[in-house]
Write a protein that binds this ligand. Structure first.
Ligand SMILES: [Zn+2]
Length: 120
């Protein structure tokens, strides 16, 4: 299946590992029930049940779907980058041990890397 076409802003985030400004993303405060897909290849990445309000300004999830999100060392040598396992598109970063939820994990994701599908 061909990848979805990205606009310039989405390409900057997804292909060139950019970061959208905090509190600017479409899904930052989205509380609807549904599923978040990779914007580039439609792979399901996060359920709304794992989304929590971190106050950081980016959509935050304490669990990814199956093995669809891959962690790799960030080029900054400190953080852990997360990408879509299927297409390698940049999603954001994952942080551990902060205590936001019992899972002790925060996937900090750019809205621009996601598409949201509302569940009926
Ligand atoms: Zn993808």
């Amino acid at each position: 299946m061909p990848y979805n076409k990205l606009n310039d802003f989405e390409a900057q985030i997804i292909l060139h590992k950019g970061t959208e400004a905090p509190f600017s993303g479409l899904y930052c405060n989205n509380k609807e029930e549904g599923i978040y897909l990779c914007k580039q290849c439609n792979t399901p990445l996060f359920h709304s049940q794992s989304k929590f309000d971190s106050g950081t300004g980016w959509p935050s999830f304490d669990e990814a779907i199956d093995t669809n999100v891959k962690s790799i060392p960030d080029s900054d040598g400190r953080r852990v980058e997360i990408v879509c396992t299927q297409c390698g598109g940049h999603l954001g970063h994952v942080f551990k041990g902060e205590g936001f939820t019992s899972k002790m994990t925060r996937h900090c994701v750019n809205s621009a890397s996601l598409n949201f599908i509302k569940e009926a």
